[in-house]
Design a binder for this molecule. Structure first.
Ligand code: 5AD
Ligand code: SF4
Ligand code: FES
Length: 361
């Protein structure tokens, strides 16, 4: 048996195995993607779940070194959708059978913000008769806030660890209380403990990142028993402190290929979780997300933010679908997903099987 086959038949994968798989090229790379595709069709099928992404505000209290909407960036126009604009986007997603919505914004923590989100969650329940899946992606919050939102109808939460290696995390963030690695880890644990379907993820190809860090990121997700993952290529943004390291990066194409390999390896390691095809892939390759579906992803997050605001939620450059209207993406994606042999699971919430297995343990 060749080395790739013996690794692929091995469980669980070790750190060295993963590093080997991250470096495969040519025939071996093809074998990796085929193996992931087989696992995907056996465990999660070819149905792709939609989450209508509503980026309702780019106001953020943090200063992550990589992010275009960090607080200190004064070159971005700040916006905050009204509740009725947000609920229009929710109705759009519901009426177009998206199955779930994601509420995402910069990180803000205040009693008024907590109340606002709780109110929106109750309205979303009303609009959809409680059928729409609701994911929150609102950063680190106190446990009682996580609980309140859960009680008001949210049931999934995304909080990327960004880099599971503490030293790397610290290089990507300011050294202060609000960017503390331990707090982030604790938030992720809290989310899982209070009962959310819990998602995390990392950026791939950041400055200072080594092969071993990427392998450890995948092991972190497995050891954490995570239900959902969204990970994408790092894309430099000119208004951020990390931009000065752009000459040290591997090429965009390499970051793209690494993201596909990370997706494939994760699918092999965690067969029944939900894995999102990162939107940032599309910033590099026009059919980037579709390639991720072929490599094992099963979730797509079409942007349903009203068109006029999309241009201002620029975490990174070249973000796709920023000048179209939401309706365009539905038809566009229907064709695109069909082309890779998958189909959209219209009207289904698409909860990760892994969550129920984990709960019943
Ligand atoms: N490149 C890629 N992804 C980024 N994010 C933030 N900035 C960038 C960037 N420059 C990601 C982070 C965050 C998510 C919402 O967007 O991982 O968690
Ligand atoms: Fe704010 Fe998130 Fe950007 Fe960090 S990554 S600056 S928390 S929006
Ligand atoms: Fe948004 Fe094609 S997916 S326009």
């Amino acid at each position: 048996m060749s080395q790739i086959d013996s690794i692929l038949h091995q469980a669980p994968l070790s750190r060295n195995d993963i590093v080997y798989l991250l470096k495969v090229e040519g025939q071996e790379k093809k074998r990796l993607f085929e193996a992931a595709r087989r696992v995907k069709s056996q465990y999660v099928g070819k149905r792709v779940y939609f989450r209508g992404l509503i980026e309702f505000s780019n106001i953020c209290s943090k200063n992550c070194y990589y992010c275009g909407i960090r607080r200190a960036n004064q070159n971005t126009e700040r916006y905050n959708l009204t509740d009725s604009e947000i609920l229009d986007a929710v109705r759009f997603a519901y009426e177009n059978q998206y199955g779930s919505v994601v509420l995402q914004s910069g990180e803000v923590s205040s009693p008024a913000f907590t109340r606002r989100i709780s109110g929106l969650l109750r309205k979303i329940q009303e609009i959809s008769g409680g059928t729409l899946g609701v994911t929150l992606s609102l950063g680190e919050q106190p446990e009682e806030v996580y609980r309140e939102w859960l009680e008001n109808g949210a049931h999934r939460y995304l909080l990327r660890i960004e880099a599971s290696n503490r030293q790397l995390y610290q290089k990507l963030h300011p050294q202060d209380q609000i960017h503390d690695y331990d707090n982030r880890l604790e938030s992720l644990r809290t989310l899982q403990r209070v009962g959310y379907q819990t998602g995390t993820g990392v950026m791939i190809g950041t400055p200072f990142q080594r092969w071993e860090d990427l392998a450890d990121d995948l092991l972190f997700m497995r050891d954490f028993d995570i239900d959902m993952v969204g990970m994408g290529p790092y894309i430099e943004h000119k208004d951020t402190p990390l931009y000065k390291y752009r000459d040290q990066l591997v090429s965009e194409q390499e970051r793209f290929q690494l993201t596909l390999k990370m997706t494939a390896i994760l699918r092999i390691m965690m067969k029944d979780i939900n894995i999102a095809a990162a939107t940032a892939l599309q910033a590099i390759d026009p059919v980037g997300r579709e390639k991720a579906l072929k490599a094992g992803a099963n979730v797509i997050m079409p942007n349903v933010t009203p068109g006029m605001y999309r241009n201002n939620y620029k975490l990174y450059e070249n973000k796709p679908c920023t000048d179209e209207q939401a309706a365009d993406c539905t038809n566009c994606l229907d064709v695109r997903i069909g082309m890779v042999g998958d189909e959209i699971a219209y009207g289904e919430r698409g909860d990760p099987k892994h969550f129920f297995v984990r709960k019943n343990q």
